[in-house]
Design a protein around this ligand. Structure first.
Ligand code: F6P
Length: 342
């Protein structure tokens, strides 16, 4: 077969490890040929492709980002988008696709599969919010980056007796905030899954100062106060209907400073969480997913996504991955609460 590979949506460390595993096993074990589509769904939509053989994937295992480029292109929002994809696949002699992406990219893959395109999905996202898989690669790297930042912020916050609010990514799921906050010993962790009371947070912060330690507050970009709106950069929606989150950290620091009388500053970790080399965990997970994805394609098991369940890599229907968002269960959050304000 001649198989097209693409990476869509926000990039994350480990994408290149998947591409490498798919191509290496696909060529060596099955004799397939590959073509790399550029910039997510824009590649097959506009016929933008590049050669993808063993030579092209050498040395990419530890590299962050994606050698294929990425974008948030939604072919279902473009006139004749699906027909154009089908025409370009036929013109380039591509029999099937391996689509590596999150909620949006795999949502497109699901619909294309229903329209007859042969596709296998591989889940990725730093947010860890995809259903049907216990973990997505990129998440562990993002958590480690955030944890290291929190470790560093503890010492400077204490020197200056100030509150430091750390805003992390994760969109509408609090996984990065929960794990980075627990691993970094945050004083309070605020998630999108549970609205927070600013006065209660100010109380935790004051208590921490009483113990002669400075508080680190980890807030997920999608977290919201009890009686307030989500803080947004702007109201614009991307082609999948998502708003751009961010700004809650600054808002919260201002509130905490006013309520406690202690200086409060904000650190927005932003895209640092998505950049650079993947952790060993993410390299292994990404590699295993890639190996199993090419097996699924070789078996003609279309419309499936490879997923991690326990320690096994399994195949699940693509539609299961995006049926609902995997958010943090309340009991996971309450586990962490014992450390708040202490
Ligand atoms: O989905 C990954 C993610 O990094 C989210 O955590 C974040 O909200 C979003 O992408 C940011 O996207 P962009 O880089 O397009 O602004």
């Amino acid at each position: 077969m001649r198989i097209g590979v693409l990476t869509g949506g926000g990039d994350c460390p480990g994408l290149n490890a998947v591409i490498r595993a798919v191509v290496r096993k696909g060529v060596a074990n099955y004799g397939h040929e590959f073509v790399g589509f550029q910039d997510g769904w824009r590649g097959p939509l506009e016929g933008l492709s590049r050669p993808l053989g063993i030579a092209e994937v050498r040395g990419i295992l530890p590299r962050g980002g994606t050698i294929l480029g990425s974008s948030r292109t939604n072919p279902f929002k473009i006139e004749n988008g699906v027909e154009r994809i089908q025409e370009n696949l036929a013109a380039q002699g591509v029999d099937a696709l391996v689509a590596i992406g999150g909620e949006d990219t795999l949502g497109v893959a699901t619909k294309l599969h229903e329209l007859g395109v042969r596709v296998v999905g591989v889940p990725k996202t730093i947010d860890n919010d995809l259903n049907a898989t216990d973990y997505t690669f990129g998440f562990d790297t993002a958590v480690n980056i955030a944890m290291e930042a929190i470790d560093r912020l503890h010492t400077t916050a204490e020197s200056h007796h100030r509150t430091l609010v750390v805003e992390v990514m994760g969109r509408h799921a609090g996984w990065i905030a929960l794990h980075a906050g627990l691993a970094g010993g945050a004083n309070v962790i605020l998630l999108p899954e549970r609205r927070f009371d600013v006065d209660q947070v100010a109380g935790y912060v004051e208590k921490r100062f009483q113990h002669q330690y400075a508080p680190i507050v980890v807030v997920a970009e999608g977290a919201q106060p009890l009686d307030g709106q989500m803080v947004l950069h702007n109201q614009e929606l991307d082609s999948f209907g998502h708003v751009r989150l961010g700004g809650i950290g600054q808002w919260l620091a201002e509130q905490l400073e006013a309520k406690t009388g202690k200086e409060a500053r904000t650190v927005v970790l932003g895209h640092i969480q998505r950049g650079g080399t993947p952790t060993a965990f993410d390299r292994v997970l990404a590699t295993r997913l890639g190996l199993h994805a090419i097996d699924a394609a070789n078996d003609g098991d279309w419309g499936k996504m490879v997923a991690m369940q326990g320690t096994e890599i399994v195949r699940v229907p693509l539609v299961d991955a995006t049926a609902e968002l995997k958010t943090v269960p309340l009991e996971r959050y309450t586990e962490a609460e014992v450390f708040f304000g202490s």
